[in-house]
Design a protein around this ligand. Structure first.
Ligand code: ZN
Ligand code: ZN
Length: 356
């Protein structure tokens, strides 16, 4: 690999998963006392409980130098029925498209989480983490999308090609896109309308749903120069007969006990279970399956689905390890396996099991 390519690899990894770089400045000024805790006087953001960006650049190099990546794994796609999904107006369903991308259908509304359908989690077509499992549902097979939630701007969660294509397909009726604070400008620059940005603790109503932005333990950035300049968030979607939490990426933190107190019990939560090794490097911004189960308990989820695994190889655990470890943890905690399930890529499940 040429030096130039190596530099790009470092930058892309840095902006996808690693929590290193300049230390987040902990402001100590009078201005800070007037701001919410997660707002810094320079306009950037921080976590409620501990920084995610807490390692020197030398730690990134140490990780990259020493890492032993297991071979990539590609998963076979489960058959689904795009025509049914396009025409479905009444059956509640969940389809795992891959990584953090879910299609949820409930009461006639089609919801997408962190849509990503392209080849790489990268700003470039030719370099950066490659997709090893194709999208479980083609973007062209999607039903008309009503609502999209974006957790944060890392390349495996906010994909420019996907966002543009989604808009092009629905230019006459663009989906309402909910994004964390200060992320709307990125959409404005692309000419994408119908975007609502929310701060942690804020909510907005849409077609009978209340959409809340909630804190997570993570960070943001798409280059070396914009770390934490826009916010990151989880999303609670409340319908009169169904509540859903989309966590996105997160490390473990007391935020989840707070979410549980405020919104629990939550009917269904999508919790990340992959991208966690090595722990010394990743734990401030990515949970492992053990901590994912802690989150499941903290938020008092009736059911959870494990996401953020088996699609891109971002970190050092084998790509097929997260669901295996999740099963072991559930057994240890005596939690029935169906309460925190994983799906096959492309699999559609009825949500009728979430009876009221
Ligand atoms: Zn991330
Ligand atoms: Zn991620």
């Amino acid at each position: 690999m040429s030096t130039r390519n190596l530099i790009w690899v470092v930058i892309i990894i840095l902006t996808c998963v690693s929590s290193t770089g300049a230390q987040t400045r902990e402001a100590r000024s009078d201005t800070q006392s007037l701001l919410p805790k997660h707002h810094l006087p320079d306009g950037s953001f921080r976590n409620n409980h501990r920084p995610a960006i807490n390692k020197p650049g030398s730690d990134l190099l140490k990780w990259l130098w020493n890492r032993e990546r297991p071979g990539p794994v590609s998963f076979t796609l489960e058959n689904n029925d795009p025509q049914f999904l396009r025409e479905n107006k009444s059956d509640p369903t969940i389809t795992w498209i891959g990584h953090a991308t879910l299609l949820i259908q409930y009461d006639g509304l089609n919801i997408l989480t962190d849509p990503h359908f392209t080849e790489r989690a990268s700003p470039f077509r030719f370099i950066g983490p490659r997709r090893f499992t194709p999208p479980g549902l083609a973007l062209t097979d999607l039903p008309q999308i009503d609502l999209v939630v974006i957790s944060h701007n890392h390349y495996d969660h906010l994909d420019e090609g996907t966002i543009k294509e989604l808009y092009t397909r629905q230019a006459d009726q663009p989906p309402r896109i909910f994004v964390p604070l200060k992320q709307k400008q990125w959409f404005d620059n692309l000419g994408i309308p119908n975007v609502v940005e929310l701060d942690w603790g804020e909510n907005a109503d849409y077609k009978g749903w209340r959409v809340h932005a909630v804190p997570t333990q993570h960070w943001s950035g798409r280059s070396l120069w914009d770390q934490n300049k826009v916010l990151w968030a989880g999303w609670v979607l409340e319908h009169p007969s169904f509540s859903f939490l989309f966590v996105g990426d997160t490390g473990y933190s007391p935020d989840f006990a707070d979410i549980g107190k405020r919104f629990g019990p939550i009917d269904l939560a999508a919790i990340p279970i992959g991208a966690y090794e090595p722990r010394w490097f990743m734990s401030s911004s990515h949970v492992n399956p053990e901590e994912a189960v802690d989150i499941h308990l903290d938020i008092r989820a009736r059911y959870s689905v494990g996401i953020h695994w088996g699609t891109f190889q971002l970190t050092d655990e084998p790509m097929d390890e997260p669901p295996v470890r999740l099963k072991q943890v559930l057994k240890r905690f005596r939690i029935p396996q169906d309460r925190f399930f994983v799906m096959q890529h492309g699999e559609t499940r009825s949500l009728n099991f979430i009876e009221n």
